[in-house]
Design a protein around this ligand. Structure first.
Ligand code: HEC
Ligand code: HEC
Ligand code: HEC
Ligand code: HEC
Ligand code: HEC
Length: 325
């Protein structure tokens, strides 16, 4: 066994390797420093470390390496599945056209170059900055729903968006998923703070879910009543391919032991039994879970699975609360 110092040094080395391979590393606890900036294709991180750190935590960075993507695409051999998960720059074909699959460094998933680079090697944005480092193009379409729709329209997310109360905002997706911060957008002396956007693309996280869906629960006679209200989600919960599901669960306890469990599936089952039980934008849903005899307490949880075949233990917990009965 190594010393404490040796051990942490090798953990850091391992993390750097993982980051170098383009994986999303959940590393909220440590303070960012120059040494933990993940490498991106095109070395953007040397001048744009904030965007690079944020992006490395995002699902876009994980789009190719994702375990659940591998499971559902026959280990990444189903040709029709691959392009959006490791695309050529979308500006090559233009917004609204499915991108082509790229040959190189697919492990980086949807990266800086995929979104920003055009056929001339210039980087598009809306800010109109000029730099010697590379060519930039001011593109008013950048960051619009039409840009995100290039890939996200396929699962109906954009159709639902257009029917929602946010549907008229041309920048609706980024206004919820890329919050604005004032900061310099590149390293270098004398660069001003600008209107920058966080690149974590947070979606199915506890923070986002709890901002988007108001939860409440109380005993009503022999039932536990669980209420969900979609207050700040511009599409269904969940959204995405039919593999992605959300489960609202109540586990009933008597002391330490479980005396019953009730689960409600929020999923697009149109192809299975004609039902779509996802929570619609603005919808209020009431779930009534019968309380088993002797139960003294309930644990209410909301689980998110990127592949419905995963066991509950591998689901992401978006919400959890204890209710005395
Ligand atoms: C050598 C440093 C350097 C590198 C490497 C670099 N950039 Fe930049 N970039 C800058 C500077 C400097 C600015 C302008 C900053 C300012 O004026 O506030 C900028 C601006 C931008 C903008 C803003 C465009 C706008 O005006 O809206 C985008 C987008 C961008 N870079 C993307 C990238 C991408 C993607 C990469 C990697 C493929 C990259 N950059 C690599 C230095 C760099
Ligand atoms: C090149 C295709 C493509 C483009 C363009 C694109 N996305 Fe994505 N996005 C994906 C894919 C693929 C995933 C799923 C990644 C995974 O989990 O494997 C995803 C996942 C997400 C997630 C989900 C995070 C989660 O927790 O599951 C959010 C939020 C998101 N994208 C927002 C956006 C926004 C906003 C835009 C427009 C600025 C955008 N995306 C543009 C392909 C794209
Ligand atoms: C899914 C698409 C997507 C990916 C991937 C992506 N960006 Fe962006 N980027 C955007 C959007 C959208 C904006 C904001 C446009 C607007 O509203 O001004 C933006 C803005 C920027 C800006 C302008 C300043 C700021 O921070 O908002 C820079 C610089 C930038 N991106 C660099 C990068 C770098 C570096 C990477 C990779 C580490 C990257 N982007 C990955 C979509 C993307
Ligand atoms: C009013 C805010 C809001 C708007 C507008 C919005 N979203 Fe979301 N989005 C959320 C919230 C909150 C969540 C987390 C709840 C959830 O898991 O669905 C989310 C989740 C997601 C997810 C992960 C879904 C899942 O279930 O795994 C994706 C992908 C996504 N959004 C893409 C988009 C795209 C693309 C647009 C634009 C067409 C968009 N969002 C517009 C608030 C918004
Ligand atoms: C047109 C672009 C596109 C194509 C083609 C595509 N996907 Fe995706 N995929 C996405 C987007 C966008 C998301 C994010 C959806 C969300 O969370 O709302 C996603 C998310 C997923 C997810 C959930 C996230 C994860 O990593 O587990 C799985 C699984 C998935 N796709 C599998 C597939 C399979 C299998 C195919 C082929 C049958 C496929 N995709 C084809 C764009 C695409």
């Amino acid at each position: 066994m190594g010393t404490q110092v040796g051990w942490s040094a090798s953990v850091v080395a391992l993390m750097l390797m993982l980051v170098g391979a383009g994986r999303a590393v959940q590393d909220g606890a440590s303070t960012p420093s120059r040494t933990d900036v993940p490498k991106t294709r095109g070395d953007c991180q040397t001048c744009h470390p904030n965007e690079a750190r944020d992006w490395a935590e995002s699902r876009h960075a994980a789009a190719w390496e994702s375990e659940t993507f591998a499971q559902t695409s026959r280990n990444r051999t189903l040709k029709m599945c691959l392009p959006c998960h490791a695309p050529e720059p979308i500006l090559l074909k233009g917004f609204g056209e499915h991108p082509a699959l790229r040959d190189q460094e697919r492990t980086h998933g949807i990266d800086c170059i995929s979104c920003h680079q055009d056929a001339n090697g210039a980087y598009h944005g809306t800010l109109g900055t000029k730099t010697d480092a590379h060519a930039t193009v001011k593109n008013e379409q950048f960051g619009t729903v039409d840009m995100c729709a290039t890939c996200h329209e396929i699962f109906g997310t954009v159709d639902w968006y257009k029917q929602s109360e946010w549907g008229k905002d041309p920048n609706g997706c980024v206004n919820c998923h890329m919050p604005v911060v004032e900061r310099p957008i590149a390293t270098g002396d004398g660069l001003p703070a600008r209107k920058a956007r966080i690149h974590k693309f947070e979606g199915a996280t506890p923070e986002m879910f709890q901002k988007g869906v108001k939860m409440s629960h109380e005993r009503r006679d022999d039932h536990l009543q669980i209420k969900l209200e979609s207050v700040w989600v511009g599409h269904t919960v969940p959204t995405g391919p039919e593999y992605v599901v959300v489960i609202v669960e109540a586990r009933f306890l008597q002391g330490e032991s479980e005396v019953g469990k009730h689960q409600t599936l929020l999923a697009d089952n149109t192809a299975i039994d004609g039902n779509d039980t996802r929570l619609k934008p603005g919808e209020r849903r009431v779930i009534r879970a019968p309380i088993p005899d002797g139960a003294t307490e309930a644990i209410v949880r909301v689980l998110h699975k990127r592949n419905r075949d995963l066991p509950d233990e591998q689901a992401r917990v978006l919400y959890e609360a204890k209710v005395g009965l």
